[in-house]
Design a protein around this ligand. Structure first.
Ligand code: SOE
Length: 377
C-alpha cells in the first residue's frame, strides 16, 4: 500500500498546472511508495482559484496561503507564485514543519535566498526547487555520460534560452500574467527566469562557475504597470549574454533574450569535450546529437540518438522504445525523484542549498551587466 502525501498548492497559474499534473500522474508510473493527494490549493483570486481547483480535483481551497500552511492535514507546500512571495511562504512552511517545494528561481537574490535555505535546514524538512529541464531524459543522459568521462576533458559549455514575447512596448509590467517584467516581483528579467535554467543544468553537468562577465540590456525602458496603471521605468534585463570560466577550466557562454523574433522558448545546449560533443534542443527534446571522435575517420560524424529506450533515464517507466514524451514529463520525473528521496533519505536535487548557487550566479550576472567588470564567484 502506498502512503498518501497531501499536497498544498499555492497559486493557480501555468506552473501550478504543470506541478499539479506531475503530482497527479507520478504514482501511475513511478512506484515510489507515495501517492500524492491534491489536498488543497490557495490563492487570493477566488473565482480563478475555484476554477483551477475544480479542473485539477483539489479537495478544498483557501483564500490565504497562511491558512494552508497552518493546516494539519497538509504534508508538502508547493510554491507556484511570483518570485517576491517565495521567501515568506517557504520560511513559514518550513517553520510549520512542512516539506517545501519552490518554483525556480529560489529567490530574487542570494540575500533573499539565504534565510530560505536556513529555514528548511533548521526545520530539517525535505525541500527542492523546480528546475525541470534536468529531468528531460536526453539532458539527464548527457549528465550521466559526461560524468562517466565519455567526452573526456570538457572545453566548452554553450547554452541559449530564447523567447520573443515582450517585443511589443504595449506589453505591460506587473500583474498576474506579466509579473515577470516587473523587477520588484521578479527580481530580474531573463537572468532569473531563463538563464537560471541554463545555469542549473550547466552547474549540474559541468560543475561550478568560477567567474563571469555579462552584457545585459533593457530594450524597452518604460511600460505601463498593470497594478498602478502608471507608465513606469522597466527594471528588468530584457536580454543577457554571459561569458564564464568554470572551475574545471572549461569556458562557458550563455545567452538569453525575450527579443529573438520567431523563438518562443528555445533552450539549447552544447558541450564540447576532448573525445566528443553533445548537443540538445528543447524543440526536439527526445533527441540527443552526439559526435564521437573515436569512430573511424571516414565514418565519423554527428549522430542523432532518439532517447526513448528502456535503459535511457526515466524511459523504462513510460511506453515502449520509439514512443516519445513531452515537456510535462520533466516535472513528473522531478516529483518522482523527490518522492524517491523521501524513501532513501538522499534528497533530490536541486535542494534549496543547491539552487542558491544558481541564484548567486544570477546576482553576479546582473552586477556584471551593470559594472561591465568580471565577477569572481
Ligand atoms: C517564461 O516565459 C517561462 O515560462 C519561464 O518562467 C519558465 O521557467 C520556462 O521554462 C519557460 O518560460
Amino acid at each position: 500500500m502506498s502512503k498518501a502525501l497531501n499536497i498544498g498548492m499555492v497559486g493557480y497559474g501555468f506552473m501550478a498546472r504543470a506541478h499539479s499534473n506531475a503530482w497527479a500522474d507520478v504514482a501511475h508510473f513511478f512506484d515510489t511508495g507515495y501517492r500524492p493527494v491534491l489536498k488543497a490549493a490557495a490563492a487570493r483570486n477566488a473565482s480563478k482559484l475555484r476554477h483551477f481547483a475544480g479542473m485539477w480535483g483539489y479537495e478544498s481551497i483557501e483564500s490565504d496561503w497562511r491558512t494552508l500552511v497552518g493546516r494539519k492535514d497538509i504534508d508538502a507546500i508547493d510554491i507556484c507564485v511570483p518570485n517576491d512571495l517565495h521567501a515568506e511562504i517557504a520560511i513559514a512552511a518550513a517553520k510549520a514543519g512542512k516539506m517545501v517545494l519552490c518554483e525556480k528561481p529560489l529567490a530574487r537574490s542570494e540575500a533573499e535566498g539565504v534565510p530560505m535555505v536556513e529555514a528548511v535546514e533548521k526545520a530539517r524538512v525535505p525541500n527542492m526547487v523546480w528546475y525541470n529541464y534536468r529531468r528531460v531524459p536526453a539532458v539527464s543522459l548527457v549528465k550521466e555520460l559526461v560524468a562517466k568521462g565519455k567526452i573526456g576533458r570538457v572545453f566548452h559549455y554553450r547554452a541559449k534560452f530564447l523567447q520573443d514575447w515582450t517585443i511589443s512596448p504595449e506589453v505591460p509590467q506587473g500583474g498576474a500574467g506579466t509579473w515577470r517584467l516587473d523587477v520588484d516581483a521578479a527580481g530580474s528579467g531573463v537572468t532569473g527566469d531563463l538563464i537560471a535554467h541554463c545555469l542549473d543544468t550547466a552547474i549540474w553537468i559541468n560543475g561550478s562557475i568560477a567567474s563571469l562577465t555579462a552584457m545585459t540590456e533593457t530594450f524597452i525602458k518604460e511600460r505601463k504597470h498593470v497594478i498602478t496603471g502608471e507608465v513606469q521605468k522597466v527594471g528588468i534585463d530584457d536580454a543577457a549574454a554571459v561569458l564564464t570560466r568554470f572551475q574545471n577550466g572549461s569556458l562557458g557562454t550563455f545567452e538569453s533574450t525575450r527579443y529573438a523574433r520567431g523563438h518562443k522558448a528555445l533552450y539549447t545546449l552544447e558541450i564540447n569535450g576532448e573525445h566528443g560533443s553533445f548537443a540538445w534542443d528543447l524543440h526536439d527534446m527526445n533527441r540527443l546529437q552526439w559526435f564521437d571522435h573515436k569512430v573511424d575517420g571516414q565514418l565519423r560524424g554527428w549522430s542523432s540518438v532518439l532517447v526513448t529506450d528502456g535503459d535511457h533515464p526515466y524511459l523504462g517507466k513510460w511506453w515502449v522504445p520509439g514512443l516519445i514524451i513531452g515537456y510535462e514529463h520533466s516535472f513528473i520525473h522531478q516529483v518522482a525523484d523527490f518522492l524517491e528521496g523521501l524513501n532513501t533519505g538522499r534528497p533530490a536535487a536541486p535542494t534549496f542549498r543547491d539552487a542558491l548557487e544558481t541564484t548567486r550566479v544570477c546576482d553576479a550576472i546582473i552586477a556584471s551587466g551593470k559594472s561591465g567588470q568580471w565577477v569572481n564567484l
